[in-house]
Every structure is written in C-alpha cells, then in structure tokens.
Ligand binder design. Structure first.
Ligand code: HEC
Ligand code: HEC
Ligand code: HEC
Ligand code: HEC
Length: 440
C-alpha cells in the first residue's frame, strides 16, 4: 500500500521547525565551546560624582548585589565577620598597648557595607577625641566612605584631614563601595586614595600606567595598608613607604624620623602602632604574590552565572568559598584548607610566644625606668631592643590573615620579635647588676 505524503503545509512547518531546532542547538554548542562571557562593561550614564552604590547598582546589578553581601557575617577559625572582643580573648594585649586607644577596644573587622557604621561605633575614636581635647581628625574617615574621594577633591586633601571628624560626619552617607574603586565613565578600577597616589609617586610609579593586573591588588592598597598621621600639614595621611614597603623599610623610615605613636607608660619606650598592613606583608615576596596572584583573585573571585562571568564584590574571608576563590589554581581544596589552618595555628603559637616574651621584657624594663641605679648604656640598649621587638610583633598581629598572606615572612618577624624581646629583658636585668651603675 502506498503511503500518502503529508500535506504541503505540514511539510513546510516541519522543515521550519527542524531549522529552528538545529539553529538553537548550534547556538548552544557555540556558547558551551566558547565558555562563559565576561560581563560586558557598558559605558553607562553613572553621574561623575555619584556615590550611592544603589545607583551604580542599577547599571551593574550583579556587582551591586554581591557587594551587599558584605553584610553577611560568618566566623572563621581566627577571623571572619562576626564581631568579637579581641582584648577579652587575649588580655595580654591591654598591657602591650597600655596607654593607647587599642587597649580600650579592639574587635574583629566586618565587611565593607559596615564601614561607616563601625567607625561611628568604635570607642577608639572617642578616646582619641578625648586625648586631643575635642575631636578626632577628619583623617579617620579616609578609608571608611564612598563620599571621601569627591569630598576630598572638593575641599583639598590637607583641609579634609584637618577638619574635625564630627564636622564631616553629615557628609559621610555611604560605606566603602563603587566610588572608592571605579571610574564611573569607563568602570575601570582606579586609585582614588590621595595617600596611595602620593606614596606610589614617591616610589617612582606613574598611576596612569598601572596595569589592570596591578590594580586588582592596588585598589585594595588604598586602605589595607600601614599609615600614620603627619604633624605637618596637620593630621595629613601618609603611607610610610619612601624607602620601600617591606617591614624593614618602614622601620627604617620611622626610626629616621624618630617617629612614635605613643610612649608605652610602664616602660617609657616610644613605640609604633601598626594599622592593617595586608598589602605590605603580602607583597614582601610571598609565594602567591611572586606567582602573580592578586588580592581580588582570592577575595573577589569570578563567579559564573547563566553563561556570564563577573566579579563577586563580596570582599570577605575566602574560608567558605575556597572552591571559587582557590579552585582556579588548586585542585585539592580540603588539602589547602588544612594548610591554611596549619599556617594560622603555627603563626598564632609564635605570636603567643612573642607576647609572653614582650610581657617579661616589660617587667624587666619597669624596674629600670627612672632608676638612678640602672646603667644608662644598658638601659638605652634594652629600650631600643624592646621597640624593635614590639614593632615586629605588632606588624604581624595587626595584619589580618594570621600569617596566611606570607607565612615565612610572618614567622621570620615573630622569631625576631621573640629574640629581641628576650635580649631586651636580659639587658634590663644586667643594667641593675653592673657595679658602675652605682657610680654617681
Ligand atoms: C592566595 C589567596 C589570598 C590572597 C592573594 C590574598 N588573601 Fe587575604 N586572606 C586569604 C585567606 C585564606 C585569609 C584568612 C581568612 C580567615 O582567616 O578567615 C585572608 C584574610 C584576609 C583579611 C581578613 C579577613 C577577615 O575575615 O577578617 C583581609 C582584610 C585580607 N585578607 C585582605 C587581603 C588583601 C588586601 C590582599 C592583597 C594585598 C589579600 N588579602 C590577598 C587569602 C588571600
Ligand atoms: C574595593 C574596590 C572595589 C569596589 C568597592 C567595587 N569594585 Fe567593582 N571591581 C573591582 C575590581 C578589582 C574589579 C576587577 C577588575 C578587573 O579585573 O579588571 C572590579 C570589576 C568590576 C566590574 C567589571 C565586571 C566584572 O564583574 O568583573 C564592574 C561592572 C564593577 N566592578 C562594578 C562595581 C560596582 C557597581 C560597585 C559598587 C556596588 C563596585 N564595582 C565596587 C574593585 C571594586
Ligand atoms: C576605601 C577603603 C577600602 C578599600 C579600597 C578596600 N577596603 Fe577592604 N575594608 C575596609 C574597611 C574599613 C574594612 C572594615 C570594615 C568594618 O569592620 O566595618 C574592610 C574590610 C575588609 C575585609 C574583611 C571583611 C570581613 O568580612 O571581615 C576584607 C576581606 C577586605 N576588606 C578585602 C578588601 C579587598 C580584597 C580590597 C580590594 C579589592 C579592599 N578590601 C579594598 C576598607 C577598604
Ligand atoms: C591564581 C592562582 C592561585 C590562586 C587563586 C590561589 N593560589 Fe595558592 N598557590 C598558587 C601557586 C602558584 C602556588 C605555589 C606552589 C605551586 O606552584 O603549586 C600556591 C601555593 C599555595 C599553598 C602552599 C604554600 C605554602 O606555603 O604552604 C597554599 C597553602 C595555597 N596556595 C593556598 C591557597 C588558598 C587557600 C587559596 C584561596 C584562598 C589559594 N591558594 C589561591 C596559586 C594560586
């Protein structure tokens, strides 16, 4: 029996349907083969001085939504984003920072979306204001708000820093966000922090020539660094990098200037309080830095969603997303997670030993402070050694990765700290034993 051909209309429809299906299959295959696309960066009309991240978010919802997630809180082994009192946990810190605002309050940091809220809450600002007989300097805002770059351009940097903290409060509407790191016209990451621009210039770097790769680390160096407030111009923010960015370069810079943040009361020794030298520790020849890994690789990893690849702006501890943050280079995630833990616990152990050594040095130095029976030369040597020990310990303890960013360098500095602290202790004891000490 002859099979009847389907009617012409059905043949045509069937043919069209086949073409459509094959076309879609081909398109799908191309997308799969090509891999995810990087989010297209459109030149959008974000106003020149826009500071509100929600407005930037209208153009870039994925980046904005992940940025909002810097509000999420999680505790990791030693860090994370759940505030806890570090002084309560380690009371030795009160003695080590005696007489300085950090001995009053020192907590765990949180995500970028909290930066304004947290600086307004900290009692350190109140203590600083009291000490200075009124107000903390405007400088304390520099790393805390998206309003800073445009306001500083408007007021001039020196004027901004010298304005009282309270007086600028009204102007600080938004926490660390888009306007701190991007040019709204091109969306390229840029250096907005005046102090970093000036510091790089002194190191002979042209900030217009920075590569995209360098900016994936240097945008973070706008804030995650050591700094101090100069006396002249008043409270001017300076990164102490003139001699370089390694610990010894910074120490040499401070020593040359006879710089001290405060005099440690029990010992009378002028000491330095480090801030959060993540950039300096990381870039001091760490394995990852030398291998070309950037801060953003681990803390703002790429995410793939619906064939689109974009940067997660949830700058946070990589602990809970090591697959994303480390998986581009490392296969065995449980293994490196274990390594992070081992590195941090080892650093913590050495940090404890340094703190104990420093506390015993403090006891010995107390006995020779203003003591006419102490040998002046040995006293001076003991004090110098104590300053060296204190600075090395503080540098590592102020850095927020508990050694992970550069394990060898952190251990080296802590080992030196212990060595100097014990030498300071011995010299201080000897200062009271020398017979010539009693000669008028
Ligand atoms: C190779 C990956 C990697 C690189 C590169 C890296 N970090 Fe980290 N960072 C980590 C890990 C791991 C921790 C420890 C997290 C923890 O303890 O929860 C950490 C901790 C931190 C913390 C403290 C986080 C917290 O929860 O309090 C900050 C801040 C930070 N890093 C900033 C930076 C900056 C700035 C740079 C670049 C100068 C950088 N990191 C480079 C992996 C990295
Ligand atoms: C702390 C600095 C920082 C902040 C704050 C920041 N970004 Fe980014 N952003 C970066 C870096 C670094 C990159 C990666 C640049 C690169 O590799 O070229 C990036 C990339 C981007 C890109 C390019 C596409 C992508 O996802 O890789 C867009 C768009 C973007 N950010 C939008 C925003 C928006 C919107 C905000 C505010 C909600 C914001 N950024 C806040 C540092 C920042
Ligand atoms: C304009 C200043 C500024 C810039 C730029 C900046 N940060 Fe931060 N960052 C902060 C401040 C301030 C905090 C602490 C906020 C708080 O505790 O309220 C912080 C906290 C963090 C934390 C701890 C988050 C947590 O959950 O504990 C990480 C991680 C971090 N930043 C990574 C980065 C990385 C990576 C970059 C560069 C891509 C960067 N930051 C650029 C100011 C900045
Ligand atoms: C862009 C690539 C890259 C990323 C991302 C990366 N690493 Fe690495 N990591 C390396 C390289 C390269 C080495 C050097 C050893 C090697 O070649 O395997 C290394 C070495 C290490 C080591 C051994 C070093 C030591 O001293 O024990 C650990 C641990 C480690 N990485 C952990 C991490 C963690 C945790 C993350 C994510 C938070 C991470 N890495 C992200 C490239 C990367």
């Amino acid at each position: 029996m002859l099979r009847r051909m389907p009617p012409l209309w059905l043949q045509i429809t069937g043919f069209i349907a086949l073409v459509v299906v094959l076309g879609l299959a081909l398109a799908f295959a191309i997308v799969q083969l090509r891999g995810p696309r990087l989010e297209v960066v459109r030149p959008v009309a974000i106003p020149e001085n826009e500071v509100n991240p929600a407005i930037w978010g209208l153009a870039f919802p994925r980046e904005y939504e992940t940025w909002l997630r810097t509000k999420e809180g999680r505790k990791t082994l030693f860090a994370g984003s759940i505030p806890y009192d570090k002084l309560e946990e380690d009371p030795r810190l009160r003695t080590l920072w005696e007489g300085y605002p950090f001995a009053v309050e020192y907590g765990e940091d949180r995500g970028h979306a909290y930066s304004v809220e947290d600086v307004l809450k900290t009692r350190r600002i109140q203590v600083l204001a009291q000490k200075r007989g009124g107000s903390a300097p405007g400088t304390c805002w520099t790393c805390k708000s998206a309003n800073v770059p445009s306001l500083m351009a408007e007021m001039g940097a020196a004027n901004f820093y010298a304005t009282p903290f309270e007086q600028l409060r009204e102007r600080m509407q938004y926490p660390v966000s888009c306007a701190n790191c991007h040019d709204p016209k091109t969306m390229a990451p840029v250096i907005k922090q005046v102090a970093l621009q000036e510091a790089l210039q002194k190191l002979g770097k042209d900030i217009r020539e920075l590569s995209r790769h360098e900016l994936r680390t240097l945008t973070c160096a706008q804030c995650h660094v050591e700094y101090y407030f100069a006396k002249e111009p008043k409270d001017y923010l300076v990164f102490p990098w003139e001699k370089g960015t390694r610990f010894e370069d910074i120490e040499a810079y401070y020593s040359e200037k006879n710089f001290a943040d405060w005099i440690h009361p029990s010992t009378g020794v002028p000491v330095v309080k480090f801030q959060h030298p993540e950039f300096e520790l990381y870039t001091s020849n760490s394995t990852h830095y030398l291998a070309g890994v950037a801060c953003a690789d681990c803390h703002m990893p790429f995410v793939i969603e619906g064939g689109i690849k974009y940067t997660s702006h949830q700058a946070a501890s990589p602990w809970y997303r090591m697959e994303q943050a480390c998986g581009t280079c490392h296969r065995d995630i449980p293994f490196i997670q274990k390594r992070v833990e081992i590195i941090q616990r080892t650093t913590r152990g050495l940090q404890d030993a340094a703190e104990n050594a420093l506390l015993e040095a403090i006891e010995a130095l107390k006995a020779i402070k203003d003591n006419p029976n102490a040998d002046p030369k040995l006293t001076e040597e003991a004090r110098t050694l104590f300053r060296k020990a204190h600075m090395r310990w503080d540098f590592v303890s102020a850095e927020n990765s508990l050694g992970f960013h550069n394990p060898q360098e952190a251990m080296r500095l802590l080992a030196e700290s212990i060595n100097y602290a014990r030498q300071a202790q011995v010299k201080a004891i000897q200062a009271l034993q020398r017979p010539q000490a009693r000669v008028p």
